[in-house]
Design a protein around this ligand. Structure first.
Ligand code: UDP
Length: 353
């Protein structure tokens, strides 16, 4: 099986690449390295089953040539992270709308199966006890970047669904709820890597607002096999599936647990939202998934507790620091990647159309 992963040098994409290669796939990663990093693929650097193409999902011809050679596509490439969305709303819209349509159109031409990674952001401000796939979306003004992002991802889903209805494209959708784990960077705002790093450095943990907002963090190691199982299931096409964590936790409680697990001397510092994100930012107070559909389809059960996730993230950060101190070639979070990765640029091999 030859699998194309768009955004495969990102946090989730790189874990997916490792998982698929461990299952025997050949994997081609397409990534423009805007937020993805070659260092994320370091473990696979000598594996001949990994191909890496530096390029953009907005590049129609490139996408067409790569999809033509794939048996299936996991479309993860997107503008992600609150900071990216706020800093470059236009680029984010183009990536999330045009990039996705490129992938779907090519997949349709070649009758290639697709898994589209969507997001719990599409539910917006709905604070229901459990958000199921048909729950209402409650979005703020489209002139606020956060809601622009939610609107664009909603349109992506609508595109996917329309291709399925009109052309029977075998495309399934997963909505990811705060997926976390080793290799996720805090540079673009994500709370777990930011707070864990602060704790390991004995710096104040920056909790935005009153810290009573809640999330259900899911571990990447639980989510990745479910992505594959959903994609492979014969009844998943044309449907969307929530994939989220089982444990609802406030950001304040998360910060306290991070301090406890890491044995840090840090204190918690509350920072007003407008200071953290600028004027006019709206946060979600609560976001709780109903995972029943994914559980019924593929037996998805998020097993990893928040405490265990914190341990795993902290251990990985410490290992990374030790490697760097020992000069083993790993790169600091967010630094330019220097790790060697197999470059099998398919276009350069003359196989692009
Ligand atoms: N957050 C925080 N401190 C930080 C970064 C984030 O308190 O240093 C908060 C953020 O305001 C939000 C929650 O943590 O309420 C989760 O933020 P993240 O960006 O990880 O995910 P999302 O907001 O997309 O759920």
């Amino acid at each position: 099986m030859h699998t194309l992963i768009t955004g495969g040098a990102g946090f989730i994409g790189s874990h997916l690449a490792e998982y698929l290669i461990s299952q025997g796939d050949d994997v081609t990663v397409l990534d423009n390295l805007s937020t993805g990093r070659l260092a994320n693929l370091r473990q696979l650097s000598r594996d001949p089953r990994l191909g890496f193409v530096e390029g953009d999902v907005r590049d129609t011809e490139l996408v067409e040539s790569l999809v033509a050679q794939a048996d299936r596509v996991f479309h993860l490439a997107a503008a992600v992270g609150v900071h990216v969305i706020l800093d470059d709303p236009l680029g984010s819209l183009r990536t999330n709308l045009h990039g996705t349509e490129n992938v779907l159109a090519s997949a349709n031409r070649h009758e290639t199966r697709v898994l589209l990674a969507s997001t719990s952001e599409i539910y917006g401000k709905n604070t229901a006890d459990r958000l199921h796939e048909n729950s209402d979306r409650i979005l703020g003004s489209p002139l606020l970047s956060r809601w622009t992002y939610a609107a664009a991802k909603g349109i992506d889903e609508a595109f996917a669904h329309a291709y399925w209805r009109k052309h029977d494209l075998q495309v399934s959708i997963v909505r990811l709820f705060n997926t976390v784990g080793p290799r996720q960077t805090g540079r673009y705002g994500m709370v777990v890597p930011r707070l864990v790093r602060q704790a390991l450095n004995d710096e104040p943990l920056t909790v935005y607002g009153d810290g009573e907002q809640t999330r259900c963090f899911s571990y990447v190691g639980d989510v990745v096999p479910a992505l594959v199982a959903v994609e492979e299931h014969p009844d998943s096409a044309g449907r969307a599936f929530n994939l989220g964590g089982a444990q609802e936790i406030s950001i304040k409680a998360l910060a306290e647990q991070i301090i406890d697990v890491t044995g840090s001397r840090s204190i918690i510092e509350h920072i007003p939202y407008d200071q953290a994100y600028g004027e006019g930012y709206e946060d979600m107070r609560r976001r709780v998934p109903d995972n029943t559909a994914a559980n019924e389809l593929v037996g998805f059960v998020p097993k990893t507790s928040v405490r265990r996730i914190i341990e795993l993230v902290a251990q990985a950060m410490l290992r990374d620091q030790t490697d760097r101190a020992g000069g083993l070639g790993s790169t600091p979070e967010g630094a330019g990647a220097t790790a060697e990765v197999t470059h099998r640029t398919l276009a350069a091999e003359g196989s692009a159309s």
